[in-house]
Design a protein around this ligand. Structure first.
Ligand code: ATP
Ligand code: MG
Length: 162
């Protein structure tokens, strides 16, 4: 997709160990990277970085921060609060760019279920950064949330697993 649109992809190539649902994490990252390419301009870039945040001060443990930054058209400040709402396309519905407005609402739901946080910062005409923070494997926030995740609450709320 990036190759077809002449978008260059960059990454800082680091590895951290997370305990997460591989398919769901992949779904989150693909949605964000797909948007970063789709709402970019020709010859633009998408940069994905991964960093460790050691939040010793507030005792919330270690987190992995993933930033997905693009050089696209950006999102107006007054629309930023809406982008994670289902079916919200914040103006893209009047363009030729296709979508159902569901990707980011799914991302938000999955990241919440993983015990993580997701957010966005943007500057019109310059680009957008979507960020994720996920608890590192030994962070208690991870263990509590992962238990709920693995026990099936996210996939089938009414179904008892195990
Ligand atoms: P789909 O359900 O196929 O993902 P979509 O891409 O329109 O459709 P979302 O991924 O939820 O839906 O994004 C919601 C809206 O937020 C988009 O329609 C677009 O207007 C805006 N948006 C999302 N990502 C970006 C981005 N990286 N740059 C600029 N606008 C964006
Ligand atoms: Mg999308």
């Amino acid at each position: 997709m990036a190759y077809k649109r002449h978008i260059s992809m960059k990454t800082n190539n680091v590895d951290y160990f997370l305990i997460a649902d591989y398919q769901r994490l992949k779904q989150v990252l693909l949605n964000l990277i797909n948007n970063a390419i789709k709402y970019n301009k020709p010859n633009g870039f998408v940069e994905t970085t991964c960093d460790l945040i050691s939040n010793v001060a507030d005792g919330s443990g270690d987190w992995v921060r993933i930033n997905i930054t693009d050089s696209g058209k950006g999102i107006a400040e007054e629309n930023l609060y809406k982008v994670f709402e289902p079916f919200e396309r914040v103006g893209a519905e009047i363009t030729e760019i296709e979508g159902s407005g569901l990707g980011l609402s799914i991302v938000k739901k999955l990241v919440d279920a993983m015990g993580g946080k997701v957010g966005v910062a943007s500057e019109l005409g310059k680009g957008t950064t979507f960020w994720l923070e996920l608890p590192l494997a030994d962070n208690p926030a991870n263990q509590i949330q992962q238990h709920e995740f693995i026990s099936g609450k996210i996939n089938a709320p009414s179904q008892k697993v195990g």
